[in-house]
Design a protein around this ligand. Sequence first.
Ligand code: C5P
Length: 398
Amino acid sequence: MLSQRRILLIVGGGIAAYKALDLIRRLRERGAAVTPVMTQAAAEFVTPLSVAALAGEKVHSALFDLTAEAEMGHIQLSRVADLIVVAPATADLMAKMAQGRADDLASTLLLATDTRVLMAPAMNVRMWGHPATQRNLAQLRADGVLVAGPNDGDMACGEYGPGRMAEPLEIVAAIEAALADGPLRGRHVLVTSGPTHEPIDPVRYIANRSSGAQGSAIAGALAALGARVTFVTGPAAVPPPDGVAVVRVETARQMLQAVQTALPADAAVFAAAVADWRVANASDHKMKKDGSGHAPVLEFAENPDILATVAQMGSGRPRLVVGFAAETDDILAHATAKRARKRCDWIVANDVRPETGIMGGSENAVTLITGNGPEVWPRLSKEMVARRLADRIAQALQ
Ligand code: C5P
């Protein structure tokens, strides 16, 4: 439920603006108050009258509105909400946000705010795929903007592909996740997830079988308890959960950098299956057979240990640092030694022998090792493991 919550809804100028009307209804049904802002282009697609009628509030659209400035001011307008939602976020609005431009009310509000922003992109498939839009998307994600959608499907322009705005109920789910209230409200938790890809040459890489399922479930469970979650993920098979700020990386070194950028955090959970080594002699062009029958020899260099780096930070160390230990034998002994060596607070040890079906599967059998020793958990779904771990993290941060 969203009662007592205020959403500042910025409606951008695209055909998907009609879905913003339904979004307003759905939000109000759940008890949220909606302050609508429309760009000039949005008013070409839906009328401010419809938006105001559904929101039950006046529509703000002009930057230089003397009455509004006298009553409230655009700076204050940007701060009264619990969440700012941009739907549809057009390519143009995304570009303005990424550049920090402030040439109309919507962009000025987005620049002036210290409130979290969730956007639901909507545009033509080519515009979405354009390197400029993808660059802007990466920048906005790095700035902490939450993203819902876009979906694949038929588009109003007659093309097919990614670019359709997420459906109103999907946006509502992302809003609810972002505003979840609970014991972790006000806390920032960092989660790493997925495998890393370490390039051999521009087309080949070394990877591992991690799907990212456990990391995604943990990030989702932490967000559901109200945490602000930064989710640093390698190329995972499982999508990130709603309501978390996603930072996508490929290599271990990029992951370390993204983690350092995301700090400070109250707690950090390192669920990523980071490659221990990278190819030291990776080639910047595709390696080819030369007919001699000699295979290339790869040399390896050790990757930075992200968990150990963060666990051993002096000032700025998260209060709680949680690592994982995926083991195939002597699980408890190895995991206990790992906890001491890396100096993390907790280790979640799991048995990844192929016959368990855990790596890439939907269940996990873990032992949580804290300063008080090991606790064996029953075999549970990865979601249940995530919920239990999130509950324990919430207790530890109290
Ligand atoms: O040493 P090992 O890879 O088994 O340790 C596993 C734990 O360390 C996991 O929590 C993993 O996310 C983290 N790790 C890391 N950076 C590495 C290697 C592992 O953060 N380079």
